[in-house]
Ligand binder design. Structure first.
Ligand code: FAD
Length: 332
C-alpha cells in the first residue's frame, strides 16, 4: 500500500502499486525442485511478499515452513505464512505460532481453516479456537510474550533493567470473501466477520479470488461503510485452462464468468487458453486498480509465467522481465 508520504515523487505511479504472490508447499521432491526456480522468478520482480499456504489440519506444517525458510534465506522477499487453527487446542496453536516465529517468520495470514468433510459446527474436532479472529489474537499474544522474554535478561552496566522498547511487530493478514463465505448464513455476515478480525488486530485482508470487478468493489464499499479501515487486497487468479476454471468454481462456489468460460471452452489450444485467461485477469486487475484497489495478490498455482504475464499486462513490471509466452506444459 503506497503511503501518502512515501518518498520518490519521480517514481511512475505504476511502480508504487504493490503486488504479491501465493504459493503452496510442494507435494514431492520433483515439485520442490521446480518450486525453488519458480520462487526465484517471482522474487526477481520485487513482490511485496510471497505467501505460502498451510495444508488443512496442519498436514503441511513441515513443508510450508521449508518453503518459507527458502524465501527468507534465498531471496530478499518477505515471506508470509498462512496458518489455520481448526482442530487445534490452545496449546497446539500456541506452539505452532511459536515455531514459525522462531523460524524468523513475522507475517501471517490467520485462517480458521475448513473442518474435515462431515464434521459439524460444535464437533469436538473444531478445537479450542472457533474463528480466525481468535487466531489473530493468539498470534499477537504469543509475539508479545516472546518480545518480553527476549528483553528480560539484558541488564545495563549501571544495573538498570532493560525496558522493552521496539518490539518486533507482526503483520497479521486475514481472509475476506467478496461473494460471501460458502457457509455464511446471511448477507452481511462476512462484513461483520471482517470487522471482528480487524478489531482482533488484523492489519490487512486478502480476498478470495473473484471474476467480476463489481464483486470486489461493491464488497469494499460495504466494508468501508461498516467501519472496516484495513486495506483489502484483491486476490486475482488467471484461469489459464477450462479445467482449472471448473475446479475453482467448484471449490469456491464463485459466480461463473460467462464470457471467459465460453472462450476457454471454445478453444482447444493450450497456448490460446492461457492467453485468454491472462487477458481476463489483466482487464479485471486494471478495473479494480482504477476502482481503488491497494495492490494485487496473485494466485500462482506454483507457476510463474501466467502471473508475470498478468503483471506485465497491467504495467507493473515493465522493464523488469519479459515473461516468455505462457507455457502450456505447465500442469493445471
Ligand atoms: P473465519 O473468518 O473464522 O470464518 C469464516 C466464515 O464463517 C465467516 O466469513 C463467517 O461467515 C463465518 N463465521 C465466522 N465466525 C463466525 C461466528 N462467530 N458466528 C457465525 N459465523 C461465523 N485454507 C487452508 O486450509 N489453508 C490455507 O492456506 C488457506 N488459505 C486461504 C487464503 C485466502 C486468501 C482465503 C480467502 C482462504 C484460504 N483458506 C485456506 C480457506 C479458509 O481456511 C476457509 O475459507 C475457511 O472455511 C474459513 O477460514 P476463515 O479464516 O475465513 O474463517
Amino acid at each position: 500500500m503506497p503511503a501518502p508520504d512515501s518518498p520518490g515523487e519521480n517514481i511512475p505511479p505504476s511502480a508504487r502499486i504493490p503486488f504479491s504472490f501465493e504459493l503452496f508447499p510442494p507435494r514431492n521432491e520433483a515439485a520442490a525442485h521446480t518450486l525453488w526456480d519458480t520462487i526465484q522468478q517471482l522474487a526477481a520482480v520485487g513482490p511485496d511478499f510471497i505467501s505460502v499456504t498451510y495444508g488443512a489440519n496442519g498436514s503441511s506444517r513441515e513443508s510450508s515452513l521449508e518453503v518459507l525458510r527458502y524465501i527468507r534465506e534465498q531471496t530478499s522477499v518477505h515471506p508470509l505464512a498462512h496458518l489455520t487453527c481448526v482442530g487445534s487446542s490452545h496449546y497446539e496453536a500456541n506452539r505452532l505460532v511459536r515455531e514459525f516465529l522462531d523460524a524468523g517468520i513475522t507475517s501471517f495470514l490467520a485462517l480458521r481453516g475448513d473442518p474435515p468433510r462431515g464434521a459439524v459446527e460444535g464437533d469436538q474436532f473444531l478445537g479450542d479456537l472457533g474463528s480466525a479472529s481468535e487466531l489473530v489474537q493468539l498470534i499477537h499474544r504469543v509475539q508479545t510474550e516472546r518480545a518480553q522474554y527476549a528483553t528480560l535478561p539484558s541488564r545495563s552496566a549501571s544495573g538498570g533493567g532493560a525496558i522493552p522498547s521496539t518490539r518486533q511487530k507482526v503483520r497479521v493478514a486475514v481472509a475476506a470473501f467478496p461473494n460471501g463465505h460458502p457457509r455464511s448464513k446471511r448477507s452481511n455476515q462476512d462484513i461483520d466477520t471482517l470487522l471482528a478480525k480487524q478489531v482482533s488486530g488484523a492489519t490487512v485482508a486478502i480476498t478470495q479470488l473473484f471474476f467480476h470487478a463489481e464483486d470486489y468493489l461493491g464488497f469494499v464499499d460495504e466494508a468501508r461503510a461498516a467501519g472496516v479501515t484495513i486495506p483489502i487486497l484483491p486476490g486475482v487468479m488467471p484461469a489459464t485452462a477450462p479445467t482449472r476454471l471448473e475446479r475453482i468454481l467448484e471449490l469456491t462456489g464463485e459466480r461463473r464468468p460467462e464470457e471467459l468460460s465460453r472462450r476457454l471452452h471454445a478453444s482447444d489450444s493450450a497456448d490460446e487458453q492461457a492467453e485468454i485467461g491472462i487477458e481476463h485477469a489483466v482487464s479485471l486487475s486494471l478495473e479494480i486498480l482504477a476502482g481503488g484497489a491497494p495492490g494485487l495478490h496473485l494466485y500462482t498455482f506454483n507457476q510463474h509465467r501466467a502471473v508475470l504475464s498478468v503483471l506485465d499486462g497491467v504495467g507493473l513490471i515493465a522493464g523488469l522481465t519479459s515473461p516468455e509466452s505462457p507455457n502450456h506444459k505447465e500442469s493445471v
